[in-house]
Design a protein around this ligand. Structure first.
Ligand code: ATR
Length: 286
């Protein structure tokens, strides 16, 4: 009898060379002594269906999905978790029997990073201002609504996209114009930047945060650079701050658990490993 194939998982995207997921999952495979692997698989546009058919074959337990395939991954799934259904996008795939399942772990990843880096926030945070209205914004909105927030204001350069997010997520959502951003901060318990502003190679995020309440939390999903000017300014003003790296690390954990059977921990060692990689590739954007 032949041995069953070793468990494998991968990240797929186009391009995929920039992905840090192999570093994260490789660290966990070593930490837990699992004889498996996690690779990068480049899937060109138009090829996603073919890629999806390989899941469940030859030890491939599942995959993370990144740009530009998250919508197609959603469409390709037979079943989806309720959060993936609400996002309309899938970043984590696995097969149960013949059934291809999809999840979206970004919302949970964001909440995990807040739990780790701003403990107690669930009791204190009732209202949020969120900059941006893309996929990352939707994940943050979903997560914060599920945590019970009463009021979330979306502020985006193009107001139509802010309106679309507000319509999708219901009565606790409000919108405001980009030019009004600073004036909207006064009653927010948390400010979250979900735009790409502040990322290496992009324009800076220019926002006056002096109207924030003294105990407001400031979070930025950008993690290259590790400390954005928003986070630096907020820290100087005495706010609790949450950078974007925690979300990247926490969103990876549910996939690893599904594929390899162990819920992995986000440890200081893992954080240092990824920080070192980011510092070593200063010019790379993600
Ligand atoms: P993601 O899935 O990571 O959220 P996205 O859907 O491309 O990516 O969304 C990018 C976000 O950054 C959007 O909110 C975008 O604003 P628009 O909807 O107006 O495009 C925002 N963004 C990107 N560049 C920006 C800039 N120069 N000024 C203001 N907002 C910007």
């Amino acid at each position: 009898m032949t041995d069953p194939p070793r468990p494998r998982a991968c990240v797929t995207g186009w391009p995929v060379a920039h992905s840090r997921s192999p570093l994260i999952h490789g660290h966990w495979l070593r930490t837990y002594g699992i004889e498996g692997s996690y690779e990068r698989v480049a899937t060109p546009p138009g090829e996603f269906k073919r890629f999806a058919a390989t899941i469940g074959v030859g030890g491939l337990r599942g995959a993370n999905v990144t740009v530009p395939h998250k919508l197609e991954a959603f469409a390709e799934c037979d079943r989806r978790t309720s959060v993936a259904q609400a996002m309309g996008a899938v970043n984590t795939l696995w097969r149960e029997g013949e059934v291809l399942w999809g999840d979206n772990t970004d919302a949970g990843g964001f909440l995990g990073s807040l739990d780790e880096e701003a403990p107690g926030w669930r009791r204190e945070v009732h209202s949020a201002v969120i900059l941006g209205a893309g996929g990352a914004s939707r994940a943050v909105v979903y997560g914060l609504l599920s945590a019970g927030l009463q009021r979330i204001t979306i502020i985006n350069r193009s107001i139509e996209r802010a309106e679309a997010v507000a319509e999708a997520f219901g009565s606790r959502l409000f919108i405001s114009a980009w030019s009004e951003a600073s004036n909207r901060l006064g009653d927010a318990d948390i400010l979250v930047n979900t735009t790409s502003l502040g990322m290496n190679g992009q324009d800076q995020l220019r926002i006056d945060i002096s109207n924030l309440k003294a105990d407001a939390i400031v979070a930025d999903l950008v993690y290259v650079p590790l400390e954005t000017s928003l986070i630096r300014d907020a820290r100087r003003l005495g706010h609790r701050t949450v950078g974007g790296l925690g979300m990247l690390l926490h969103q990876a954990a549910p996939g690893f658990e599904r594929w390899f059977g162990i819920r992995p921990s986000v440890t200081p060692e893992l954080r240092s490993l990824i920080e070192a990689d980011i510092l070593g590739h200063g010019a790379r954007s993600s």
